[in-house]
Design a protein around this ligand. Structure first.
Ligand code: PMP
Length: 441
């Protein structure tokens, strides 16, 4: 039974496991946006593999692609050798990239998770620039690894750690609702860029020229904060002016999620390095970096890994990339996301616990606040993490899976499959509104 399984896993698994704790259901069957628990209840999945399932669970084109590899007797593990499946995946991926970028880009498969690809990107820019520091942003999320390379003995691969590993300078991200400068809208975002410029250009700014800047187009785990396009253009200009490679982490924003195939498509900025994972594997683990060929300074063997050529993931991924493109699912995400955001604004007017709603495409966030607290100078009320947890639990009770994020854990995040129907979107909005109302009673 569901409770026996939950109980056994709670006893055996690390206390670090999170989803099993915050979402105590036992999924046994899934199709599209619907997940069925061992208890027989059905859920609408707005977590969807933390943004991995662009086509939802078990989409027929993904299953078909996986089956065709299985039926072909192709080897499943090939390290990073060349295979027809990999060729197909790489071709499909390059067709989705901004054309000017794709013409001069190299790909390095990393694997199997987004974190691995972020590590690869950081190593690459350090080696390519011979510099060490990194510019990153408050609220950014890029993964959880530390130390494997530092512990390794091979001097050649350890060259990427020259200087001791990145000293990170964290910069303000344009979070309009809680702008650290106390200024709303685009003006607040501009102040952030000014701050970065002063660090780089003021001789007494104290920040050595870094090896790279690492940024998300929309912060996901950080609370669904979409950077304004002009702000991204400013970061591109600033980094270009100072010869700093710009690494855009598209792990969560890629494959149509934000309403453009890649998040950079909105502002038109061209990254030096793009980090891709999650949806590119069509629900199986796959990660890569794509970068300007001038940065390809690696000697053979300088970046390795046992699980970089997952044939099933590449087949599932190629099918996903092609389906999203052919079916216009980026445009669908943009259009449906815009309508949902308008409805969420209505919810914000009706429910005092909703402090802010925001997002881009089908990456949406609802920030819950404590209306009994004192608002800041911009009118933002204190965050309400306990209320947010209660909303997540109420939602689960109503057959809706959502996860939280944000600086204070008080943002409900919606990352539904891009294949979500209008009726499903309606049900999500209704259940969410009921859950917020119930939790704040
Ligand atoms: N970058 C971003 C933007 C992410 O959202 C995540 C995961 N949520 C990662 C990197 C890390 O990916 P993974 O969990 O697959 O290691």
């Amino acid at each position: 039974s569901a409770s026996a399984i939950l109980g056994r896993q709670a006893a055996r698994e690390s206390a670090a496991r999170t989803y099993a704790r915050s979402l105590p259901i036992v999924p046994v069957r899934a199709r599209g946006m619907t997940v069925e628990g061992a208890d027989g209840q059905r859920y609408l999945d707005c977590l969807a593999g933390a943004g991995t399932l662009a086509l939802g669970h078990n989409h027929p084109v993904v299953l078909e692609a996986i089956r065709s590899v299985l039926d072909s007797e192709a080897p499943l593990h090939v390290l990073d050798m060349a295979t027809p499946v990999k060729d197909e995946f790489t071709t499909a991926l390059f067709e989705t990239l901004p054309p000017a970028f794709a013409r001069n880009a190299r790909i390095q498969f990393c694997g199997p998770a987004g974190t691995d690809a972020v590590e690869a990107a950081l190593k690459l820019v350090r080696l390519a620039t011979g510099r060490d520091g990194l510019l990153a942003f408050v609220g950014g999320y890029h993964g959880q690894t530390a130390g494997a390379l530092a512990a390794s003995g091979d001097t050649a691969v350890r060259a990427a750690l020259e200087g001791g590993g990145a000293t990170v300078t964290r910069l303000p991200y344009p979070y309009a609702y809680r702008c650290p400068f106390g200024v709303g809208g685009p003006a607040g975002a501009r102040l952030g860029t000014r701050w970065t410029r002063s660090l780089l250009e003021d001789p007494k700014g104290g920040v050595d020229r870094p090896a790279g800047m690492l940024v998300e187009v929309v912060q996901g785990e950080g609370g669904v904060i979409a950077a304004p396009d002009e702000w991204l253009v400013e970061q591109r200009e600033l980094t270009a002016r100072h010869g700093i490679p710009l690494i855009v982490d598209e792990v969560q924003t890629g494959v149509g999620r934000t309403g453009a195939f890649w998040g950079v498509g909105h502002s038109g900025i061209e990254p030096d390095v793009m980090v891709v994972s999650k949806a590119i594997g069509g629900s199986l683990p796959l990660a890569a970096i794509v970068y300007r060929s001038e940065l390809d300074v690696w000697a053979p063997g300088a970046h390795a890994g046992t699980f970089r050529g997952n044939q099933l993931a590449m087949a599932a991924g190629a099918a996903t990339l092609r389906f999203v493109r052919e079916q216009g699912l980026s445009q669908r995400a943009a259009e449906l996301g815009t309508r949902m955001l308008a409805r969420l604004r209505g919810m914000q007017r009706e429910l005092p616990a909703v402090g802010d709603v925001r997002g881009r495409g089908l990456m949406l966030g609802v920030e819950l606040v404590d209306r009994t607290g004192t608002p800041d100078e911009l009118g933002a009320y204190p965050a309400a993490p306990e209320l947010a947890s209660a909303v997540r639990a109420e939602a689960l009770r109503r057959g809706l899976i959502v996860e939280l994020g944000g600086r204070y854990g008080s943002v409900v995040r919606l990352l539904p499959p891009l294949t979500m129907t209008d009726e499903q979107a309606e049900a999500v909005l209704e259940r969410l509104a009921e859950s917020v109302a119930a939790a704040s009673r």
